[in-house]
Ligand binder design. Structure first.
Ligand code: ITT
Length: 201
């Protein structure tokens, strides 16, 4: 059976990606299942650049087929911040809790109609020889005035899905998996991976 290594250490991402790839006849692992790996410095200006960097560095090192995923939250009232810095918004070693606290502080006093935002995800596929391609997905939302719910990870307790008027923290994971930025990017990724596997046989 072929193996796809997902170049991430984020448990929330691993859970969502493994779940959506489960129907494939392919073994999915992440950096959490492997030993020492090269350090990846996420210095790209875009999600695409960082996703490509993650995939290429790990594929060169392991010689396998690798997915790199880079994602984040763009808030319109903050001119697109935190963007590619979403994981480190409140500092280099910030956790989800600190990042959410900072986001609420930055948006304090901003009325609900100006709290529009979107999640973005870029997903790259690479093998030992090259970067195959990068695909992208997004998901529109509104930033809540306080945390709501404990499902998901990252900014999910603050991310309201307008059609449901509930946050991803409150909505079941199965619903997030139908409309999220990552799910949208993964749909493109599945087509790319299928084409790659056919041509590399
Ligand atoms: P890897 O680099 O190991 O993949 P990371 O958490 O550092 O893990 P990113 O650099 O792509 O990953 O940062 C993504 C951040 O954006 C993540 O830590 C969350 O804060 C936020 N984010 C992305 N997707 C999210 C989602 O589906 N739900 C909530 N927050 C999300």
């Amino acid at each position: 059976m072929k193996e796809l290594l997902v170049a991430t250490r984020n448990k929330g991402k691993v859970r969502e990606i493994a779940d959506l790839l489960a129907p494939l006849d392919i073994k999915v692992s992440s950096l959490l299942d492997h030993g020492a790996m090269p350090e990846i410095i996420e210095d790209g200006l875009t999600f695409r650049a960082n996703a490509a960097k993650k995939a290429v560095i790990i594929a060169r090192h392991t010689g396998g087929i690798v997915m790199g995923e880079d994602s984040g939250l763009e808030v319109d009232a903050l001119k697109g911040a935190p963007g590619v810095f979403s994981a480190r918004y409140a500092g280099e070693h910030a956790d989800d809790e600190a990042n959410n606290t900072k986001l609420l502080a930055e948006l304090s006093g901003v009325p609900v109609e100006q709290r529009t935002a979107r999640y973005r995800s870029a997903i790259a596929l690479a093998d030992q020889d090259r970067l195959i391609d990068v695909v992208e997905g997004s998901c529109e939302g509104v930033i809540a005035g306080e945390r709501r719910g404990t499902n998901g990870f990252g900014y999910d307790p603050l991310f309201i899905v307008p059609a449901r008027q509930m946050t991803f923290g409150e909505l079941p994971l199965a619903f997030k998996q139908t409309i999220s930025h990552r799910a949208n990017a993964l749909r493109q990724f599945l087509k790319l991976l299928e084409r790659y596997l056919v041509h590399s046989q």
